[in-house]
Write a protein that binds this ligand. Structure first.
Ligand code: THU
Length: 131
């Protein structure tokens, strides 16, 4: 699957976002080595801190379905002028399972930028840090 195809799946998730508070929809799509894609959107809550981001939705869907060490790339997109950079909490959650993950970020014009999770979270703390 190309970066563009994965990003389009993420864009298709914007309409599923539940964002009555921020009005800022985010979509995500996580590709596994066997070709399975887990999608996600942000789901907000009136207790704001209970909100879950789009990419964490996709990640927990994948892990709960038995995927753990086979993540290839992730697309995260939003309706913003700037690219929709993953928040710090999402970078940390993703780092646990896939430090080398390829991350594709997109903006409202469907421009894409591709980089590694290690570029977004250098010297991250992960399972190996507990050896
Ligand atoms: N959001 C995400 O879904 N992913 C990110 O990495 C950045 C932030 C969501 C959370 C909240 O619903 C809205 O964007 C505004 O912060």
């Amino acid at each position: 699957m190309t970066d563009r195809e994965l990003a389009e799946l993420a864009y298709s998730m914007l309409s599923r976002s539940y964002v009555p508070y921020s009005k800022f929809p985010v979509g995500a799509a996580l590709l596994c080595a066997d070709g399975t894609v887990f999608t996600g959107c942000n789901v907000e809550n009136s207790a704001f801190g209970s909100t879950i981001c789009a990419e964490r939705t996709a990640l927990v869907k994948a892990v709960s379905e038995g995927h753990r060490d086979d993540f290839v790339k992730l697309a995260v997109v939003g309706n913003s002028t700037d690219f929709c950079w993953p928040c710090g909490a999402c970078r940390q959650m993703l780092y646990e399972f896939a430090p080398g993950l390829e991350v594709i970020v997109g903006n409202k014009d469907k421009e894409l930028t591709v980089l590694r999770l290690t570029d977004l979270l250098p010297h991250g703390f992960g399972p190996k840090g507990m050896d």
